[in-house]
Design a protein around this ligand. Structure first.
Ligand code: AMP
Length: 249
């Protein structure tokens, strides 16, 4: 995808990156917050297409690293992969070491869309320090919000193809034949972490560690709340309106 090779993000500051072309003529520096299942990753992708800034997802970083030869990984990334494989949240010190290795992405003239970072208060405080040192400021922190019950319903209905990984929803995007992928005929399954009991646990972790960031950024006057209910395009339009006139919609 043009302007989002994210080499610097995936490989660290030593990598030569193709800077993104800012879509609207200015560089946006945004943080995206939201509980699992609100569609934050989809919005980050759509915002990249409209605004030009790269989607910098810590989750993507860890998933990409998991598929690499362990000898090729920086020490911080190797530790993060080990934590993920044990099913743990990656410790702040490791996440922050990774972010520091990628500070070029924070001073990129194309701006950035931070997705999945910061996730805890110490991470948010460290990000503030890092940005101050780089003399760059956040434009806004987008908080994608949706009632818990709706999130559980959304994630609980999601089905994934065992073969081609296409994603369906039993209510909003059902396959033509129940349980069978329209594209490749593969069997559809429900991911372990999309089961209602697991969703509630993930939500609990979000409420405990990440939700306090909403107050943190509200106090800084940066928070913009976005109603995450609706189609991805509707939510994108709300976000763009909000960014351009500075009000929550
Ligand atoms: P995500 O795709 O954002 O849900 O991230 C996938 C996994 O990566 C999470 O469940 C965490 O284990 C880990 N992870 C991603 N970002 C962070 C972060 N900022 N702090 C700690 N762990 C993270």
């Amino acid at each position: 995808m043009s302007g989002q090779d994210r080499l610097g993000w995936f490989q660290g500051d030593a990598a030569a990156c193709q800077p993104p072309q800012a879509g609207s003529g200015r560089a946006w520096r945004l943080v995206l917050l939201g509980a699992p299942g609100v569609g934050k990753g989809t919005q980050a992708q759509l915002l990249h297409e409209r605004l030009g800034a790269c989607q910098l997802s810590t989750g993507d970083l860890f998933r990409a690293a998991r598929g690499q030869d362990p000898c090729q990984l920086t020490p911080a990334l190797a530790e993060a992969v080990a934590c993920m494989q044990r099913g743990e949240l990656v410790p702040d010190t490791t996440v922050l070491a990774l972010i520091r290795e990628r500070r070029n992405c924070l001073r990129c003239r194309g701006g950035f869309l931070l997705d999945g970072f910061p996730r805890t208060l110490p991470q948010a405080q460290a990000l503030d320090e890092l940005l101050a040192r780089e003399q760059v400021a956040l434009d806004a922190v987008l908080s994608y919000e949706m009632p818990l019950e709706l999130i559980v319903e959304r994630l609980g209905g999601r089905r994934t193809c065992t073969q081609c990984k296409a994603v369906y929803h039993v209510v909003t995007r059902p396959p033509q034949k129940a349980g069978v992928c329209d594209l490749c005929g593969g069997t559809l399954f429900q991911r372990e972490d999309d089961k209602p009991e697991t969703i509630r646990v993930r939500m609990q972790t979000y409420l405990q560690s990440t939700a306090p960031l909403i107050d943190y950024y509200e106090r800084q006057g940066l928070l913009r709340r976005v109603d995450a209910n609706g189609s991805p395009e509707e939510v994108l339009q709300r976000t763009l309106t909000l960014l351009h006139d500075g009000r929550s919609v």
